[in-house]
Design a protein around this ligand. Sequence first.
Ligand code: PEP
Length: 236
Amino acid sequence: MAVLVGNWKMYKTLDQAEAFIDQIAPIAKESGNKIMLAVPYTAIKTLVERAKGTNIVIGAQNMNDASEGAFTGEVAALMLKDVGAEFVLLGHSERRQLFGETNAFINRKVHRALESGIMPLLCVGETYEERQGNQTEEVLKTQLTECLAGCDAKSLMVAYEPIWAIGTGLAATPQMAAEAMKVCRTFVGDTVPLLYGGSVNSENAKSFLENKEINGLLIGSASLTADSFAKIISLK
Ligand code: PEP
């Protein structure tokens, strides 16, 4: 059984989101895989209701580290819990690169998510330059050490997402992903799912899932259309 997580980013109105769930639900049921969707805040509550009785798990794409407060535009972990989100992406490279999120900030979010009963899906990964400079292992170790400092690293998931592979059409090889998983595994318990993300599509998904180090996939653009996501979640 693989863990297959869609990341919708800043896409889909409520109508579009609901139509997607209706289309995917029967396929998800048959698939035998664990299906999760990280959706926009605006869709969480509606989709949690809509996905009841299916095996689709709904989560969020971000949250703030504070419990509550004067942080205009931010969303707290307990608010996510309140509307039924079961997991949250933390440290996605778009958050790190476009919004300046640091490992220390992400670490505080991981703590907050865990204490609020929401499973963090921590994203880590190197830039193209870092890979070219043979720094991948070191970068991953630093991100994992700093993002997981003081955490019980058992009740979470980790996604290895090389930044050069996200949204570029240039996926890592399963071998590269498996090597990164070995580094990640030394930081988390045996049961923590380790996912690969970065230009996964219905053509290359199987090659990753065939590797026993890789427990699942984090899928961006190929999770946006029900047809391509259905092909991926149907893989055995
Ligand atoms: C992502 O956003 O986490 C991602 C992996 O995107 P894509 O699949 O589009 O590369």
